[in-house]
Design a binder for this molecule. Sequence first.
Ligand code: URA
Length: 239
Amino acid sequence: MSKLSLDKILQSQGFGTRKYCRELIEDGEVSIAGETVRGYKQALETEGLRFHIFDEDWEYRAHVYIALNKPANFECSRKPSHHPGVLTLLPEQFSWRDVQPVGRLDHDTTGMLLMSDDGPFIHAQSSPKRHIPKVYQASTAEAVTPELVNTLLAGVQLHDEPAPLAAQTCRALDTHRIEIILEQGKYHQVKRMLAAAGNHCAALQRTAIGKLTLESLQLQEGEWCYLTPEQLALLVPTA
Ligand code: URA
């Protein structure tokens, strides 16, 4: 339980500077339980607090945990150079509260991208020590053969890597599609592993992280959702 004044609450939720949030309140833009609130000084209980602003209902969240079904041609970088950034797919409040992608997908990779403003969560999810499996489905230029699967399982040597990298598991999905599960998240890892194994990645989608599947989220490309505590629990690696 923690109490905060309404201007601090709005600021923490990404509605702008404290001064701007005070102006919003004084201008009658904020209501709680159907009543316009014009005073910002009174401390309010944040837990479970719902408020209405700019014709939208919001719920106070100490942190946000989001899954986005990333479309192609969006960059995960904070300073995108050739394509729009993934943050442009989310409400602008999330940029103000410093929501960031958890790891990165290439601009042409689609699928599940986690995003959050919780630093320790981002760090834990990105840490190679946690061995969180990431599931990818790749379309390949050349046919998927048993040799390709075996090579990826045995490990391939990538330029600049000290040791060969292997898929945790890997299986053919059809003649030109393969599922690869990785525990590491090296730069362009799937594409480089496929190239090192003599094939070429024509399209790539991340379909799951840990036990949380993209399918279960039922998001169209470009859509996002808040993750529930139950869904967050599925991201934790199993022993
Ligand atoms: N591996 C890649 O090559 N690209 C991605 O976006 C993710 C994993």
